[in-house]
Write a protein that binds this ligand. Sequence first.
Ligand code: ATP
Ligand code: MG
Length: 461
Amino acid sequence: MLDLVFRTPRIWHPHLPLLAHTPLFSRTNMLVRFSFYIKLCYYIHMRISRLFSRPRKEAPKDEISKNAQLLLRAGFIHKEMAGVYSYLPLGLRVLNNIQHIIREEMNRIGGQELLLTALQDKEVWEKTNRWNDHVVDVWFKTALKSGGELGLANTHEEAIAALMTHHISSYKDLPFAAYQFQTKFRNETRAKSGIMRTREFIMKDLYSFHTDEKSLDAFYEQVSDAYMRIFARVGLGDVTYKTFASGGAFSKFSHEFQTICDAGEDHIYVNTENNIAINEEVYTEETLKTLSLDTATLDKKTAIEVGNIFKLGTKYSEPLGLMYTDETGEKKPVVMGSYGIGPGRLMGAVVETLSDDKGIVWPESIAPFKVIVTGLGDSSAVREKTDELYEMLVRHHVDTLYDDTQDRPGEKFSRADLFGIPIRLVVSEKTLAEGDMVEIKRRTETDTDLVPCDDIVALVK
Ligand code: ATP
Ligand code: MG
């Protein structure tokens, strides 16, 4: 490993100079070498020639959704079976970027991250009467060798309420909220929407715990605002509406966040002026009256549910015995809310909404790489300049993919378009002949520009 570190002098790491001042086998020395090695591995994988996932000309014949077709062709995902997909390196980078944005917004409203288990206890679910397949129709269940049954998690209201009985006892413990990114299993009957409806998927689920409804209402609004920030940050802000949907025993309505898109499975009525919408499942005279809306101001649209928020009240805390003692010493059930987003569904919705006839178009905020760099032709001058440009960008922490293959220019360009990388930089005999220039093109534009190599970092950063 150290060999590898010292034989690659052209790649620089900010901690390397430290090595000169520390004893060879000291902790700092080892740590610097280790972090450098990790960085080095990272650099190596950013070259297309080394990337194991190969783009393909055609998506599998049985794949009908646009998001899965494009993501499969680009080598971002792999289809294991209907409704079950693996994320390959490029796809995982997008998913991680989306999760990073969601995590930031959850932390910002005080969410505490945890990770609950995917295997779930039958006894806990029996307490809410939801172990029954007729009540919850998406269960995957399995048997223990030692006897007895387990469930594969399809949601975590039960599990988290049961867990919190160990942590909540007094009103002084409330309010708080906890969230996770965790795998859910759902035996969905429909699996025709690519990564937007899968039988195994990561969900961000947030749960909040309160003494009363007033506290829940205030937090619910904070989550709603955080959700709108998330959808704006991933590039869907203009087409995503907070939508009234069916509630439960505790509240008249819940809210879904619906992204307008023909590939969606839901139908909503949108009022663009007030920025709200109503799901057709609650589109009644009574709802319109309650919300003071007129049918004339509403347009029917097809949409994708990318997230939802729900006031649960005491639906789970009562049967699971999640109680707190109030100021007067009285025992009361904890008031709960639950809030979900599917990062995979969101990724699929971005592909469905923003892609064009050439391929995917990622917003910079979630793109697997911000920049793709390539050299045209096989002259050593071009190769050297392209290497230099790539290393310069990496050194300045610009996420850069290097198309270092010998493929034809047309092939390289259509791959860059298919991958949806926001900025394409090209070095060729032509750009070198103009001086120390690089050609720049944005994925969303058709025109190219020539820019001095020295200006590139400032331009793309
Ligand atoms: P739907 O009505 O579309 O089935 P849901 O009402 O079952 O969704 P929740 O159980 O509240 O949704 O899940 C929270 C979020 O998880 C959803 O808003 C969606 O973004 C995502 N999600 C739900 N089901 C799936 C799935 N099968 N595949 C991918 N993401 C999903
Ligand atoms: Mg569902």
